[in-house]
Design a protein around this ligand. Structure first.
Ligand SMILES: [Zn+2]
Length: 150
């Protein structure tokens, strides 16, 4: 598919990226400011390696920040419970920690956002191969297979 490559920003033939909520939001913002190019975002074949690296890095970052968020939440919630704070104080700590985790994830996610690829093309080829081999479906195995390909 023809489109603008996300990595090298050139008009090239490549694998389309999945238009998730974040991409749609970015497009909307760009349209409001009149800077939308209106073209499909793709990853060209020469940038695929770089993209995979960035995407893996992005997934790792989100994971790490989720763990940090959970630790922060525990630090906020556990002490008041141990100190015998009243229910309201504990509830407030829980509320604060939930907001904190959401804000953290949104900030990290937006700054380092790398969208996933449109998996339709890969899924279709997997389906064709799978149906040729056997009719039994194993969703877990298939998913791993798709990941290996992608
Ligand atoms: Zn490229």
């Amino acid at each position: 598919m023809k489109g603008i490559c996300l990595i090298c920003e050139k008009n090239r033939e490549g694998t389309p990226i999945k238009e998730g909520h974040v991409i749609k939001l970015i497009k909307k913002i760009k349209q409001t400011f009149g800077i939308a190019k209106g073209s499909r975002l793709v990853i060209c074949s020469s940038c695929m390696q770089e993209y995979t690296k960035r995407r893996t890095g992005f997934e790792k970052t989100i994971m790490i920040w989720m763990i940090i968020g959970l630790i922060l939440a525990l630090l906020l919630v556990v002490p008041p419970i141990l100190l015998g704070d009243n229910i309201l104080g504990i509830l407030r700590s829980i509320g604060v920690s939930i907001v904190l985790i959401i804000v953290l994830l949104v900030l990290v996610g937006l700054v380092r956002y790398i969208p996933s690829l449109e998996k339709k093309t890969i899924k279709n080829t997997v389906k064709k191969i799978k149906t040729r081999k056997s009719k039994k479906k194993n969703p877990k195995k298939r998913k791993r297979w798709v990941n290996d390909v992608g």
